[in-house]
Design a protein around this ligand. Structure first.
Ligand code: 9D3
Length: 252
């Protein structure tokens, strides 16, 4: 996957992604990141990229021209295939795991970060294919959201994660929160590891973990719990006892 980020703060993106697991994935050639400074594409003498909004109102708007030319330069480097352009915006669909999985299928992804009060609508109409928000709270720009998206998409790409925390076995994959986990020592500050985890009975451990996941989800994420119960209406119901054979019944 090749990420191309259009931004006024390219260093912020480069710094954030180069570290951690993603930096290693880049070294191994699984990912690449190009942070393009929109200001490098301004046609104005004073490198201006923003202006007042028609119709009045507070704040400045990013102008269409430098954004369009930065996008065109990236798209020209990519070649004939039109890359998806994700605009990070509070007015977008809320990002989630299924969007991350879908975007991970792309060869190239162009991510546009806004600043100031936003971007001139006309260039958005021309180039944007997807509008994405990372949640209902107000940030100062699209750079942190872009980094969040890059992180979540990258770990869905085969080989980026090491064998064990593979994307398959993740929490959220079954719509439930993760169960609690424990490591050594067996007792810490008087708190013991739940007995069942030391029993060696894998079936019992699995059942305990599922129950913990469900209870935790019910308490912390009632929205996810409701969806889980609608998908598993029999969960938690006692199993129907097999009817005892009576003397009158014949075996078939
Ligand atoms: C005054 C109206 N504001 C719209 C809600 C203006 C505005 C606020 C914040 C315009 C841009 C921003 C900067 N935020 C983002 O660019 C952003 C964002 C966010 O603030 N929250 C969650 N997801 C995202 S994705 C991009």
């Amino acid at each position: 996957m090749r990420f191309h980020v259009l931004t006024l703060f390219p260093e912020m993106i480069e710094q954030g992604i180069a570290t951690s697991i993603l930096g290693r994935a880049m070294d191994r050639g699984l990912l690449s990141l190009e942070a393009v400074n929109i200001r490098d594409y301004t046609a104005s003498k004073h490198k201006k990229v923003d202006d007042y909004t028609y119709g009045g109102g507070a704040g400045m708007l990013m102008q269409a021209q430098p954004v369009y030319d930065a996008w065109q330069a990236v798209q020209d480097r990519i070649g004939d295939r039109k890359a998806r352009v994700v605009y990070m915006t509070p007015q977008g669909a809320v990002f989630n795991q299924s969007i991350a999985r879908e975007l991970a299928q792309e060869e190239d992804l162009i991510i546009l970060c806004g600043h100031y009060e936003g971007i001139d609508e006309r260039v958005l109409e021309e180039i944007v294919t997807d509008n994405i928000s990372i949640g209902d709270y107000v940030l100062t720009g699209g750079e942190l959201p872009a980094m969040v998206l890059i992180d979540a998409v990258s770990r869905m790409i085969p080989g980026v994660l090491n064998n064990h925390d593979s994307a398959e076995t993740d929490s959220f994959m079954n719509g439930l929160l993760e169960y609690p986990q424990y490591s050594r020592p067996e007792e810490w500050r008087g708190k013991k590891v739940p007995e069942i985890l030391l029993s060696g009975d894998h079936a019992k451990v699995d059942a305990w973990r599922l129950d913990q996941s469900v209870q935790r989800t019910r308490e912390r994420r009632p929205d996810l719990y409701q969806a889980f119960m609608e998908a598993h209406p029999d969960y938690g119901k006692p199993k129907k006892k097999r009817r005892k054979k009576t003397g009158d019944q014949e075996n078939l």
